[in-house]
Write a protein that binds this ligand. Structure first.
Ligand code: ADP
Ligand code: NI
Length: 215
């Protein structure tokens, strides 16, 4: 088996029963979407793109005491165990470091086409019907209320304040999800985002109408 297939099996085993929205199904979708977006970008190194997509959530800071290096470190350990060349490992680590959203007021530039593809694929999985489900799954996992009209959304201008956030889940739509369509790197992702974004807007409008008993 090649290293991509072996890595997919390793991550599938590790994340089979994850319940906060970072499950194997999410990682698999990001992997497939990154490959789909890569079709329009033959300049991307497919090994780096696919390994980074598969390993991008291997040790998320949210579940590792806010340690932002836990992900790149765990990815490196795995790839070393598979005799992957150092140059490839270093490129995968950089993609993993760059992929995450860090707050509305925080820029998240990418330094390679491979990072652009994986970041877009991860962001597309945070919007639309799946994105809505993942937001409420994460909110439930973290013990957050669905909504509280008295708590206004915040445009976090530092990663630290975004990390500390404990607001109701509906605020997450205003603090992140509604902005993702304007924070994509590739034209292919922007096209896919349009419908997912519109669906999410319609969903939240209806949620708010039902919340007030108007619908
Ligand atoms: P990224 O992939 O950009 O790092 P995260 O790992 O932060 O994204 O988020 C994973 C999933 O959990 C996404 O669908 C995201 O929208 C959701 N999520 C993250 N933080 C919150 C939150 N505070 N409330 C609700 N959902 C959240
Ligand atoms: Ni992810």
């Amino acid at each position: 088996m090649d290293v991509i297939a072996t890595t997919a099996r390793f991550i599938e085993d590790k994340f089979a029963s994850e319940g906060s929205g970072h499950d194997w199904a999410h990682i698999r979708r990001v992997w497939l979407m990154a490959r789909r977006l890569a079709a329009a970008h033959p300049e991307a190194d497919s090994t780096v793109t696919e390994l980074a997509a598969l390993l991008h959530d291997i040790a998320d800071w949210k579940f590792h005491g806010g340690d932002y290096e836990a992900g790149p470190r765990a990815a490196r350990a795995w790839l070393l165990s598979q005799q992957v060349p150092e140059a490839t490992i270093a490129r995968v680590e950089t993609v993993i470091r760059e992929v995450s959203f860090k707050g509305l007021g925080v820029a998240t530039p990418v330094s390679s086409i491979e990072a652009a593809l994986v970041q877009d694929a991860d962001r597309l999985d945070a919007i639309g019907a799946i994105g809505i489900a993942r937001a409420f799954a994460y909110g439930g996992h973290a013990g957050r209320p669905l909504h509280d009209p008295a708590i206004a959304p915040v445009a976090h201008d530092s990663f630290a304040s975004y990390q500390k956030n404990t607001a109701p889940t509906l605020n997450h739509f205003y603090e992140k999800l509604f902005h993702l369509k304007d924070r994509l790197n590739t034209d292919g992702a922007r096209v896919i985002a349009r419908e997912r974004h519109a669906f999410m807007e319609a969903y939240v409008a209806r949620f708010l109408a039902e919340w007030d008993g108007e619908d």
